[in-house]
Structure formats: C-alpha cells, structure tokens
Design a protein around this ligand. Structure first.
Ligand SMILES: [Zn+2]
Length: 101
C-alpha cells in the first residue's frame, strides 16, 4: 500500500518525537507533523503567545525604533558623500553574499 504524500514518517522526528523540535523536523521534511509533535508545537506556541511582550512595551519598542531611523536619516543627510560610499559598499557586499549562496 502506498502512503499519502504528506503523511508524517515516524522516523522523521526520531529522538525528539513529541517535542517542538520534532515538529520542525517534520516541517523541514515537507510533511505534516505526527500527532505527538503537532501537540508539542501547539503547546510551544501557546507558551510563546503567553510570554511575549505586552502591547505597551511593543509600542515603546516601535517608538524607539522610529527615533533610531530618524537619527540614521539625519546622520546620512549630514554626511551625504560618506553615507553614499558606505551604502554602495554594503550593497555590493550583500549582492556578493547572495551570489556565493
Ligand atoms: Zn513526530
């Protein structure tokens, strides 16, 4: 009998069966998680949602990030030529990195 394509293999999660890590192994293998791994990843996500930062502190983080971006923009305006040179350098590095992947 043939297995449906998306069926989890019991050996995919192996020694981390029933853990979030097992669910990630299933996902990397392109299959759905087995029941114990699926339950583990649900539990992991529940914990993650419960522990993430409250909205107020996220808003504060965003405020500080906006201030930081404005400061970068002012720095770039005050040192246009140097900023252009650094930008081109970093863009070239990024493209080279992508080319060697
Ligand atoms: Zn599993």
């Amino acid at each position: 009998m043939t297995r449906p394509l998306n069926d989890p293999l019991p050996e995919t999660c192996g020694d981390v069966r029933g853990q979030a890590a097992g669910a990630l192994r299933h996902r990397r293998a392109g299959e759905k998680a087995c029941a114990p791994c699926a339950e583990a990843i649900r539990q992991y996500r529940r914990e993650w949602r419960r522990n993430r930062q409250p909205a107020e502190s996220r808003e504060r983080y965003l405020q500080l990030a906006r201030a930081r971006n404005r400061a970068f923009k002012r720095l770039a305006d005050a040192h246009k030529a140097e900023f252009q040179r650094l930008l081109l350098h970093e863009q070239r590095r990024e493209l080279e990195k992508a080319a060697t992947r």
